[in-house]
Write a protein that binds this ligand. Structure first.
Ligand code: PMP
Ligand code: GLN
Length: 404
């Protein structure tokens, strides 16, 4: 059936707000997809889409294989297999002292992405405002638009990419329903200080808003230990926390994530999740449960291996003439191409694979127009790659200086 003009324009509005349309108005693909395709086309080193070039622990792959052979091949329970829910609860207690009931306060999702989608759809709708920091991970903007809610942003300011507390306070209104926090932060690599997190909790309390905190990079921090929002005084009762096996265990393709929080909020997320995927990959859940039981040294080792990679890429980017904003978490570095004479990082990113054989992501795609202007010359590079590859990427980028 052909959609009438009114329907078509409503759909166009939703799709544009959700960043589903390309510049030509046609249905688009995400920036990650676009840059990965360009990298493949030009045989470039892909520092765009964030995925490691090495597999996670061999024992976990063995556990997934064993689970398949042992018959874990039919639907898992909608809320996730009990063993994984228990492992998530034990992990939260072990690292953060957060006590959860694995039966009521934990659900498994198909990656963090589904957790985000289900939570936004469950908690926000037309007439509601959803607050995020800016730049923001792309799926937040898309889901807020698909939920029909209004997206309000609070800028993060270079070089540390922290928010100004006065701007944070001013962004809250009586219609603020949901505040989405992402800490450590993609794309900037910022880690929010306790003062910022405490202020978010205080303001959410004052305005009776729910906090949705995306902590998928919780173990990828290079300084102070990670502070979960839910561990702060007054936060637990209004906070949903999301994490994922993709980052912690380097299995981005397994798409196993989880959502934790108070029973009533988790139940709402679960209700939506049932109609998105119903349940998530059974054998991978078995394997991730095993991984979550690894000793503390395993989790510390993830960050120290990545820190060395961060330093190699940062050094290479500086040597190539870019200004580097050193990340305190995640596996992304933000760098400014303006000192090389490139003011439009979106245009540069589209040409970079062909120009020098490296792919990166322009930070402006994580922003609304005003924020895009502020971040116009910034590029995001992923450093979850083998060290020689990072050194080679840096060497290739050093050719940029001759191409202006
Ligand atoms: N949130 C953030 C901040 C991310 O960076 C990513 C993936 N890079 C996700 C969510 C999605 O995680 P998953 O692959 O587990 O769906
Ligand atoms: N989250 C990954 C990144 O930021 C990509 C995930 C995706 O392709 N949607 O690079």
């Amino acid at each position: 059936m052909q959609a009438g003009p009114a329907e078509r324009s409503a759909w166009q509005r939703t799709a544009a707000g959700a960043n589903l349309l390309g510049a030509d108005g046609k249905l688009g693909v995400t920036i990650f997809e676009e840059m990965t395709s360009l990298a493949v086309k030009h045989g470039a080193i892909n520092l765009g889409q964030g995925f490691p070039d090495e597999d996670g622990p061999a024992e976990m792959m063995e556990a997934a294989r064993a689970a398949i052979l042992n018959g874990a091949n039919q639907y898992a329970p909608g809320q996730g297999i009990p063993r994984l829910r228990e492992a998530v609860a034990v992990h939260q207690e072990r690292f953060y002292g957060i006590t959860l009931d694995p039966w009521r306060e934990v659900i498994v999702s198909t990656g963090a992405t589904e957790g985000i989608a289900a939570a936004v759809l469950a908690l926000a709708g037309p007439g509601d405002e959803v607050l995020t920091f800016e730049p923001f991970y792309d799926s937040y903007g898309a889901m807020i638009a698909l939920a029909g809610a209004e997206h309000v942003t609070v800028p993060l300011h270079a070089p540390s990419f922290q928010p100004h507390l006065a701007e944070l306070e001013a962004a809250f209104t009586p219609r603020t329903r949901l505040v989405i926090v992402n800490n450590p932060h993609n794309p900037t690599g910022a880690v929010f200080g306790r003062d910022v997190l405490a202020r978010i909790v205080e303001l959410a309390g004052k305005h009776d808003a729910v906090i949705l905190t995306d902590e998928v990079y919780e173990h990828l921090v290079f300084g102070e230990p990670h502070i979960p929002v839910a561990s702060l005084p007054g936060a637990a009762a209004r906070t949903l926390t999301i994490s994922s096996a993709g980052k912690t265990f380097s299995f981005t393709g397994w798409k196993v994530g989880w959502v934790t929080g108070p029973e009533e909020l988790v139940a709402r997320v679960r209700t939506i999740k049932q109609f998105l995927t119903y349940s998530s990959g059974t054998p991978f859940q078995e394997a991730v449960a095993q991984g979550l039981d690894y000793p503390d040294e395993f989790f510390r080792g993830i960050a120290s291996a990545l820190e060395a990679k961060r330093d190699i890429l940062a050094e290479g980017l500086r040597a190539a003439g870019l200004d580097v904003f050193m990340p305190l978490g995640t596996y992304f570095i933000t760098a400014d191409a303006a000192p090389l004479g490139f003011d439009d990082a979106l245009d540069l990113a589209r040409r970079l694979p062909e120009l020098v054989g490296v792919a990166a992501i322009p930070v402006s795609v994580f922003c609304h127009p005003e924020g895009a202007e502020r971040t116009r010359s910034l590029l995001r590079f992923a450093f979850c790659k083998k060290e020689p590859l990072l050194a080679e990427a840096a060497a290739r980028l050093s050719r940029l200086v001759d191409l202006v």
